[in-house]
Design a protein around this ligand. Structure first.
Ligand SMILES: Cc1ncc(C[n+]2csc(CCOP(=O)(O)OP(=O)(O)O)c2C)c(N)n1
Length: 642
């Protein structure tokens, strides 16, 4: 399998290895032969000053790991080649990471193994672990499938923690791999590295052998995509990455099967829908684009009106489909809920565990994860409302329901359905035109004002993107959410929704993840970027340039953490001790941040700051033209607070 003889060198021998590599270049000898055995000098690099370094043997013993510390080894078929082959077999497109010695073997395989190398997964250079994981968040919301985020040891996982929590809360699949390197960098290698994030990671493993590592990666992928979806973590030991795999075979990947509605219920639901005079299908957040297609197929078969979550988050029903809306008659006599509540039959996925702090039973953060009956975020709570709440995967159940509906439809029924469809479509069209007229009227407020109105940003953008395959990747509630009324969300990835746990520092990296998805799919990504959010980890701008991603960033630059300014302003009013200092700690002024220069520093083309709204249209056109050519672009716009 290996194309050529490969060499694996323990990192404690790094300097020796580098020197030997140079010697090998000069002498022409293979590196392993040119190099003396590495010396065991635990903690020789990076050890905290004054702290006695534990020996590799001590650490290994404490960790219950009996393998001896490795020295220099030449291997023909490194274990990490097989790890990468597992990812290839599962169709993983990208692995994002900033570098770390704990996964040097794995990284070397990603970039060098395979024909061609560095494809599926392609190595994506991130500048912060939080960014790697949130890239995975945006990518998964755009595609319905996981990419890989690679984290360096304990410290990399710690940097990634907020993003992992956010993905868990949003039930977003991400396959995380952490490197663990006790012999070289013990202080980055806690005995139980996943423990820190276990309460908000769906599944984790610390495999002890190479075969276990391969099956762990497969199981982590399966667990990530099985509802309730979530981030999973495999800790890959550096020694296993460098191990000689010999003739070990890569195990065949078997995709998971998802729980579906049982045959009796399928019949009941299909009969309910087919026999109803006015059936309805309420669509919440489905798992993948395929689920959206199936929901459309079912609604069309039945002439059933639908509700949609398309403007609130990903993977729901197309917003302007003729059947989307209340329809001609709002007396629905049978409603099927797909990942939503309040119907005769609601199919909802199982809930993830409620997160509790160890010594405190209060839920963490934005309501934590809602359990069954809690309503849930993004329409994905368990149970609640309706006559029959069925815990099963809606997307996997849809083909069964569709097949049964098709079986039950007679010629008479089909005629009734055609008639019903026409009436609903006409009523929905009239209502839609009225709603758009009213919305456009409402958005004229402050049209020519400076700073620029957020409604004008969305209005000016629409004609430029409406004929493209576009994806609004950033949360929009802080910029008015005007796309909900002004744009047509007709694809599962049209809008990716909010920060699932309200964690800031999300919009930019999630947009880069969405842009990774867009790159190979001839799609463009629109990122309406709040300024406070970008400043958490702006290095993702560089990643977008480096990988030539089609991402248009429009700064909603209100020069503040305005959400917090509003809270503190309110508090100063309540306490009556002066209302003129609420800005302290809440505004991003003095100096103003120059985002065009920030982008330029990262190599991204851009323009601004723009305060005159009349300049927007031409700037946006330049931006859209640039991203259509596959390059990111930033336009800094000085905006109203909201
Ligand atoms: C990690 C994290 N830290 C702090 C907060 C508290 N917080 C909520 S909104 C907000 C301000 C965000 O500022 P910006 O992104 O510029 O949006 P704006 O409110 O100005 O529209 C902050 C700091 C948070 N939600 N997440």
């Amino acid at each position: 399998m290996a194309k050529s003889r490969k060499t694996s060198v323990n990192r404690r021998g790094f300097l020796k290895g580098a020197a030997a590599g140079a010697t090998a270049m000069v002498t022409g000898l293979p590196v392993a032969e040119a190099q003396a055995p590495a010396q065991a000098t635990p903690g020789a690099r990076g050890q905290a000053a004054g702290a006695p370094a534990p020996t590799a043997e001590q650490i290994a013993r404490d960790a219950g790991d009996a393998r001896p510390p490795a020295t220099v080894r030449a291997v023909n078929r490194p274990g990490s080649d097989l790890m990468v082959q597992v990812l290839k077999d599962m169709g993983v497109e990208y692995a994002a990471a900033n570098p770390g010695s704990s996964f040097e073997g794995f990284q070397e395989s990603c970039i060098n193994y395979g024909a061609p190398p560095n494809v599926s997964p392609e190595w994506i250079t991130a500048l912060h672990e939080e960014s790697s994981v949130t890239m995975g968040h945006g990518y998964a919301k755009a595609t319905g499938k996981p990419m890989v985020a690679v984290l360096h040891g304990t410290i990399g996982i710690q940097h990634a923690a907020m993003s992992i929590y956010q993905a868990y809360h949003g039930r977003v699949p991400i396959l995380m791999i952490a490197g663990r390197d006790i012999p070289f960098i013990a202080q980055h290698s806690a005995a139980d590295m996943a423990g820190m994030v276990r309460s908000f990671t769906k599944w984790d493993a610390l495999p002890k052998t190479l075969p276990e590592s391969l099956t762990a990666l497969q199981e982590a992928y399966r667990q990530a995509i099985t509802p309730p979806m979530g981030p999973t973590l495999v800790v890959l030991d550096i020694e296993l990455q460098k191990e000689e795999a010999g003739s070990l075979a890569v195990p065949k990947y078997t995709p998971p099967t998802f729980p579906t509605v049982d045959a009796t219920r399928v019949r009941e639901i299909a009969q309910g829908l087919v026999n109803a005079q006015n059936p309805r299908v309420a669509v919440g957040r489905l798992r993948t684009p395929e689920g959206v297609k199936l929901a459309v197929q079912l609604a069309e078969l039945l002439g059933a009106t639908t509700s949609t979550n398309a403007t609130g988050g990903p993977m729901s029903f197309p917003q302007r489909h003729p059947l989307q809306g209340p329809g001609a008659d709002t007396n629905y006599d049978y409603t099927l809920g797909l990942e939503t509540n309040g119907a005769q039959a609601s199919i909802v996925g199982p809930a993830l565990a409620t997160i509790t702090a160890e010594r405190d039973t209060a839920k963490i953060g934005f309501n934590g994860i809602q359990g069954a009956g809690g309503g849930g975020r993004g329409g994905r709570g368990g149970g609640g409302g309706g006559n029959t709440a069925i815990t099963a995967d809606a997307e996997a159940s849809l083909p069964l329901i569709i097949a049964e509906v098709q079986r039950l439809l007679t010629a008479d029924k089909r005629r009734l359905i055609a008639d019903r469809t026409a009436k609903h479509a006409a009523a929905n069209q009239t209502a839609r035109v009225e709603a758009i007229k009213a919305a456009v009227e409402g958005k004229r407020a402050g049209w020519d004002g400076s700073p620029v109105s957020t409604a004008r940003i969305y209005s000016e953008l629409w004609p430029l993107i409406m004929n493209e395959d576009w994806c609004l990747s950033s949360p929009s509630s802080f910029s008015g959410g005007h796309h909900a009324q002004l744009w047509d969300h007709n694809k599962p990835w049209s809008y990716l929704g909010g920060q699932d746990a309200g964690g800031m520092g999300y919009g930019a990296p999630a947009s880069v993840g969405a842009a990774l998805a867009a790159k190979s799919r001839n799609r463009i990504v629109i990122n309406i970027q709040t300024d406070g959010d970008l400043n958490y980890a702006p290095g993702v701008l560089w990643t977008a340039v480096h990988h030539q991603l089609p991402m248009l960033t429009i700064m909603h630059n209100n020069r503040a953490w305005h959400q917090e300014l509003m809270f503190v302003d309110f508090m100063t009013g309540v306490r009556g001790r002066g209302t003129d200092r609420g800005h302290i700690g809440n505004v991003l002024r003095n100096p103003d941040i120059d985002y065009r220069k920030m982008a330029e520093g990262y190599g991204m083309k851009g323009e601004g700051p723009i305060s005159d709204p009349k300049l927007l249209a031409a700037a946006f056109k330049r931006g859209v033209d640039t991203v259509k050519r596959g390059e990111p672009y930033m336009i800094d716009v000085i905006t109203q607070p909201r």
